[in-house]
Design a protein around this ligand. Structure first.
Ligand code: FES
Length: 578
């Protein structure tokens, strides 16, 4: 048995034992949010013997890096929120994986796997064509003698301090920076492409300091800093479930499907959180001879004739919260192939839990649908909010008013399973420019073993498009999928006539938007409310230029360390950048 398999099995056994032993003492720390920040925090605490409860709103862990399994003609296929590059310099993330022998789930990308496609169909596939495109753009932007300008740009990037970057560029946009004769760097030359690809917004809407720090963090640091790794399969099975098992094995508790609705504060100090919803009811006119959906205190509910009288089910899918529709057989979720039977029991797709059922009582000529009181208070002297920007604003917008100025932006990811492959010379990961919507393209079957096996057996391909451009916000899912399928056929021209066997769309509005000046509104890990700590990629770390997932994992560890120090325990190591 491989070490990882053995360890995973051992942790699984331990986890189930821990799961049976109900904790007798209340938690010392409640971590809200089961993404990379929350898992990082909970694991550091649990390892050091802190009683920690991690509360996750959905049924799955992994946040915006989660994965799950669906089927295609009866075969299992993996779906993700979106493929992530796991960079060499994500030191705290790699440390987490290494501690639990999970690193073998990552594999290094070869330089030849990465490419760019610029406007007018100009394909940039190898080092020399990439360098050629860089020189062509640099010349077009008026840079003088290229070698001199290039060396000067590199020197500038190496020498400027973090304090100088933030003092000089925070609050300005990338478009401002580029318009004012910036040094010749990859990010200043390919600003339109890099802003969308890495920061989800056009150059006019991205903070220049964040962007410049990003170029340094991702491309201009140590000698290996442009190395990226890909996860060789489903993030849920390769990373998040094993780490969750590790938390449980150390005595931590994980509560899924528990949306936190309130942070409880008393005498200026956090005292816990409240989950669940207050009781509510809505009256509807009879007769009830067909299904209809009604609004119940902000929640959509299906009400209809059951075998023994009227019944009502929440329309909120128990997987990730999409709104389910009625079908002949029961209920169908439009998001990830979820299906429920007529009594709300899950029968297909990712959902594991039944739809919530509510009482329906006769009321004169109509009926009253009643939602019970599901609120539950959970008390602890420390609360770590490791949630995305919209959830943070909903929970502590009153308590920490500056977070109301943060913004979140739209994430649109489409994955297609098609009946033929693309050229063997095509790059597996391409940055895109010149398309109405597409920003990044991936040949998933070349990056991940499971997708590769499916593609080899079918002679097909699995491709993913991450599309951060040009949405009005009013498009339907079907319109977005149509538009992206058209772009897929243009990006990989071999797929122009391909048959699409399955397509999947993930849409959200929770990516952190690093708008110009965002740091002025961001909170640090320690807030002004005693006992309330924050973690996530939207958290300001004064002396660090790490970004995205590594910032999430780092701030999770920093939050854990504040608790560990305050309770007299040894803090976890904060590792030097590389
Ligand atoms: Fe995923 Fe419904 S939200 S199946």
């Amino acid at each position: 048995m491989k070490r990882r398999t053995f360890l995973g099995a051992a942790l699984g056994v331990l986890a189930s034992r821990v799961g049976r032993a109900a904790p007798t003492e209340p938690p010392e720390v409640i971590v809200v949010g089961g993404g990379p920040a929350g898992i990082s925090c909970a694991l550091e605490l649990a390892e050091k013997g802190v009683r920690v409860t991690l509360v996750e709103a959905g049924s799955q862990l992994g946040g915006k890096a989660k994965g799950w399994r669906e089927t295609l003609d009866g075969d299992p296929v993996d779906v993700e929120h979106g493929i992530h590059g796991w960079w060499y310099q994500y030191v705290h993330f790699h440390d987490l994986l290494a501690r639990y022998s999970l690193s073998e789930g990552l594999r290094e990308a070869r330089a030849s796997e990465n490419g760019m496609r610029l406007e007018d169909g100009y394909r940039v596939t190898g080092f020399f064509t990439r360098a050629g495109a860089f020189i062509r753009r640099a010349n077009a932007r008026g840079h003088g003698f290229f070698p001199t300008a290039f060396k000067a740009g590199q020197r500038w990037m190496r020498k400027i301090s973090l304090a100088e970057i933030r003092a000089g560029f925070a609050g300005k946009s990338v478009a401002d920076w580029v318009a004012n004769d910036p040094p010749l760097t990859v990010y200043s030359v390919f600003d339109e492409m890099m802003a969308h690809s890495m920061y989800f917004r056009p150059p006019a809407q991205v903070d220049a300091a964040e962007y410049i720090e990003g170029e340094r963090f991702y491309f201009s640091g140590g000698p290996k800093n442009d190395r990226v790794q890909w996860l060789n399969g489903n993030p849920d099975t390769l990373v998040w479930t094993p780490l969750a098992n590790a938390i449980a094995a150390h005595g931590g508790v994980i509560e899924r499907g528990s949306p936190v609705t309130e942070v409880l504060v008393g005498n200026g100090r956090v005292v816990g959180v409240r989950t669940g919803r207050p009781p509510a009811e809505v009256r509807i006119d009879g007769p009830l001879d067909a299904w209809r959906s009604v609004e119940l205190d902000g929640e959509r509910v299906w009400v209809g004739p059951g075998e023994e009288g009227p019944v009502a089910y929440s329309a909120v899918c128990t997987h990730q919260g999409c709104a389910v529709d009625r079908s002949d057989a029961g209920f169908v979720c439009p998001c990830h192939g979820g299906r429920y039977d007529g009594t709300g029991q899950p029968v297909a797709g990712p959902p594991e839990h039944p739809l919530s059922r509510y009482r329906v009582e006769p009321d004169g000529s109509g009926f009253v649908v009643k939602r019970p009181d599901t609120r539950k208070s959970l008390y602890a002297p420390w609360v770590v909010l490791a949630v995305d920007v919209p959830a943070l604003q909903a929970l502590v917008g009153e308590l920490l008013p500056s977070v109301r100025e943060l913004q979140a932006c739209r994430e649109v990811v489409a994955r297609f399973w098609v009946d033929r492959d693309v050229s063997q010379t095509a790059r597996s990961a391409v940055l895109l420019e010149g398309f109405a919507h597409s920003s990044n393209g991936f040949l998933v079957h070349r990056l991940q073993a499971g997708a590769g096996a499916w593609a080899a057996e079918k002679g097909g391909a699995v491709v993913e498009i991450q599309a951060y451009r040009g949405w009005s916000g009013t498009e339907t899912d079907a319109e977005m999928l149509e538009a992206l399928e058209g772009e897929m056929r243009a990006i990989w021209t071999e797929l122009a006539d391909a048959t699409v066997l399955k397509r999947h769309l993930t849409v959200g509005d929770a990516f952190t938007w690093f708008q110009p000046g965002w740091r002025a509104h961001a909170q640090q890990v320690r807030t002004d409310v005693d006992g309330l700590l924050l973690a996530g990629d939207h958290v300001h770390v004064p002396d660090s230029e790490v970004q995205f997932m590594e910032r999430a994992v780092l701030t999770g560890r920093m939050a854990a360390n504040i608790v560990l120090r305050a309770t007299g325990r040894r803090p976890a190591d904060i590792l030097p950048p590389r």
